[in-house]
Design a protein. Structure first.
Length: 332
């Protein structure tokens, strides 16, 4: 279910933040400050239907990150992006805020929680404990994760994937390197019925070509636009072929043309993922949980897999625990 939002329910604004024109949506409301942060491929408008659902007792904003949409280019690395979020809050005279985001921007949320706890009233991870910094993603000899990202670069970014990836891949949270680090910020993670994302065994590169190795992963995705697309890729060879040949990045295009027709290569990539990246991901998630300790709440949703775009496709699944979390912070 997707609600429709009128432009009357938000104002589109631009302000100068540390010399960079920064776009954001203002949904209004009063009380606790809430800042919605988009992942790669989007801008503030991805939250146009979700923002109004949070305005009771809260002031809600959605920022277009620097280098995306109509915001000017800044650093794409996690530190620069995270620091800009704080500067954005400073410009609007916001002393503390709850930051909400999904997918890749989970890295920025974790960066804020570790480095600016006095400015962070809370963190909401919309797709569970997404640990973008797992080193095995970059050690993969088949470059599965890299090629997947190169094949679907941000349509709203102002530069190419190679630049973005090189800037972001250096980030490692403090708690990932040092077990003694504790994060003293309230946090909420939207997880599946088992307390995970549910997609940890999934390998994006194989999903992208409709590989039979990913059939179980696709089957566990709840009804959504994402599932419809992935099923079509798997079931329609012509559509899959068009998708691959339309990849703008020539390196990624050639990679997927080969991968789609090489079952041995698919098997090897899948084997590496299940033997190395998958267990490393679970370990990194446990480290994140340990770092937050009692400050972390898991909102278990009755689905097998958290897509991360429930805020867009099925907000009714997640709005209650998020609003309860915000009320709890308001009452503290």
């Amino acid at each position: 279910m997707q609600s429709q939002t009128s432009e009357k329910e938000y104002s589109s604004k631009t302000i100068n933040v540390d010399g960079l024109q920064t776009h954001y949506l203002d949904f209004g409301g009063q009380g606790l400050n809430v800042i919605l942060v988009h992942s790669e491929g989007w801008d503030a408008y991805t939250y146009k239907n979700f923002g109004p659902l949070l305005t009771e007792n809260n002031r809600v904003l959605a920022i277009t990150r620097i280098g995306y949409g109509t915001s000017e280019i800044g650093g794409y690395d996690v530190k620069s992006q995270g620091n800009h979020l704080i500067k954005f809050a400073n410009k609007l005279k916001i002393k503390k805020a709850v930051f909400i985001g999904n997918a890749s921007v989970s890295a920025e949320l974790t960066y804020l929680a570790e480095n600016f706890p006095e400015r962070v009233a809370g963190i909401v991870y919309l797709n569970g404990l997404s640990v973008q910094w797992v080193e095995e993603n970059y050690k993969d000899p088949f470059k599965s994760s890299e090629m997947f990202l190169r094949a679907s670069p941000s349509s709203n970014s102002k530069t190419n994937f190679v630049v973005i990836n090189e800037a972001r891949r250096i980030y490692r949270p403090k708690h990932y390197k040092y077990d003694s680090v504790k994060i003293e910020v309230p946090a909420l993670a939207i997880v599946n019925r088992n307390g995970r994302q549910g997609s940890e065994k999934g390998l994006g590169a194989l999903v992208f070509i409709g590989s039979p190795f990913m059939e179980d992963v696709r089957n566990e995705i709840p009804p959504s636009r994402t599932k419809d697309l992935l099923n079509r890729i798997a079931d329609d060879p012509k559509f899959r072929g068009e998708l691959i040949t339309n990849i703008k990045d020539s390196v990624a295009r050639n990679y997927f043309l080969k991968l789609a027709n090489d079952t041995i290569m698919q098997k090897k990539a899948y084997k590496y993922h299940t033997q190395f990246t998958y267990p490393a991901t679970l370990e990194a998630q446990e480290k994140l949980k340990t770092a937050f300790g009692k400050n972390l709440q898991l909102a278990k949703i009755n689905v097998n897999q958290i897509v991360g775009y429930e805020y867009r496709d099925s907000p009714e699944l997640i709005i209650k625990p998020i609003n309860e979390f915000l009320k709890q912070i308001n009452s503290d």
